[in-house]
Design a protein around this ligand. Structure first.
Ligand code: SF4
Ligand code: SF4
Length: 186
């Protein structure tokens, strides 16, 4: 169990201790039905310093970061931010359940893509994700799934073979550096 000081420092952006378990965050969460632990229960685990249990929860990976919980909270607890930190810690410390491997692969492929280009290069993302997620398991059907949609997506301007990069990528690198400092989510 983490000490309260360590928990406070990791979640310094919000006042975890202010939560009084009213449940309004969970009441408004659009994906609560898919979660193994509800948003208010995750906040409670953080209050108690039971981070191991919170980090191993599948709920943190179902969260779609819509911020509804944060905006509904009468105590101004940044519940969505807490889940962000839990995801970051879970990924860094390898606490995510094995069945979530592909979710983590996608998250890493997505963030690396933005870090490199400053904006999303769809073809590069699909290539990295599919190779890392499916080629390793020789899962050829999933590797090839949706390939036939590519021409239609290109025609509609939703998929670009040659992706654009932002000019000042040093700014993007600085943003990533700031966000990935210890105790910050990314
Ligand atoms: S809405 Fe705020 S105070 Fe109520 S349970 Fe959620 S985090 Fe706690
Ligand atoms: S940010 Fe996540 S936990 Fe909060 S309401 Fe949205 S999906 Fe639910």
């Amino acid at each position: 169990m983490e000490t309260l000081e360590k928990v406070d420092s990791a979640f310094a952006g919000t006042s975890v201790e202010a939560c009084y378990q009213c449940g309004k965050c969970t009441g408004g969460c659009p994906v609560a039905g898919l979660m193994d632990l509800m948003p208010n229960q995750l906040v409670r685990l953080v209050q108690l310093g039971r981070l191991e249990k919170a980090m191993a929860s599948t709920a943190i990976w179902h969260c779609v970061s819509c911020q509804t919980c944060t905006t509904r909270c009468p105590q101004s607890v940044d519940c969505a931010g807490i889940l962000d930190v839990l995801r970051q810690m879970s990924a860094e410390q390898g606490k995510a359940a094995p069945e979530l491997r592909r979710v983590l692969v996608f998250q890493k492929a997505f963030l690396d893509n933005i870090r490199r280009n400053g904006r999303l290069n769809e073809v590069e993302l699909i290539g990295f994700f599919k190779t890392l997620a499916f080629l390793k398991d020789f899962n050829i059907p999933l590797l090839m799934k949706d390939t036939l949609l590519a021409p239609q997506l290109m025609q509609r301007g939703k998929l670009h073979v040659i992706g654009e990069k932002v000019r000042d990528r040093a700014v993007v690198r600085r943003i990533f550096d700031r966000c990935t400092k210890p105790g910050k989510g990314a």
